[in-house]
Design a protein around this ligand. Sequence first.
Ligand code: PXP
Length: 250
Amino acid sequence: MILLGVNVDHAATVRQARYRDEPNAHGGYVEPDPAEISWLAEDAGADGITMHVREDRRHVQTDDVERYLEKKKTRLNLEMSWSDEMIDYALRIKPDSVCLVPENRREVTTEGGLDVAGNSSKAREVTSTLVKAGIPVSLFIDPETSQLEASAEAGAPWVELHTGSFARAWFDEEARQRELNVLRSGMDLGVSLGLRVNAGHGINYVNVAEARTLSSVFEFNIGHSIISRALFTGIEEAVATMRSLLNPES
Ligand code: PXP
């Protein structure tokens, strides 16, 4: 069984497009509510919810996270940078896990993996602070040997392999198979290093058929495609369909 983590950032993106300057992040006419979308996703079979609180607060607000936690039914994976501000925030709200990602103000979405190999002492320090506080850490990395080895050395129990290169190569059969093989090798290496291997970025209702062949992946974190489909079908159908596409035999 491959688990499905639902990333609700883009529900918050839609809200911010209209209500960025509203003092209230929810309630009344301020919609959609990412916390409410999360609870509905959980009812439909999401195994966990991911919210990315970015430094520039462009989509999810801390208020969304904290209201979600009040009625959480599964797990909160808090995606964040490794800034002091965000580490203090995680230590205060104690999510079920933290996924550390690089952040760049100009990017539209998270573009590349974290350079754990090039920042090994920072990675070790941050991971140890969070793990000691009882918060499992997942490092979002490109599926490269050096990044996987550095993640294990940093003491992270989990990694999340960046599937963006595979998703972007969709229309080029040869490149796509090459990227899938890179992910497969990364997944195998991660498992052999004792890491729990998650994966995500750019997974949609079409490419999931190939992505799911990475069968040792513990959980896929999927956002944009699910929130997009929900505009047509509702979040419950969008989540249930993705979950069954990930696990067609179950
Ligand atoms: N995993 C991580 C670490 C991400 O940064 C994102 C994008 O916010 C996702 C998964 C989900 O990507 P997508 O929205 O393309 O499904």
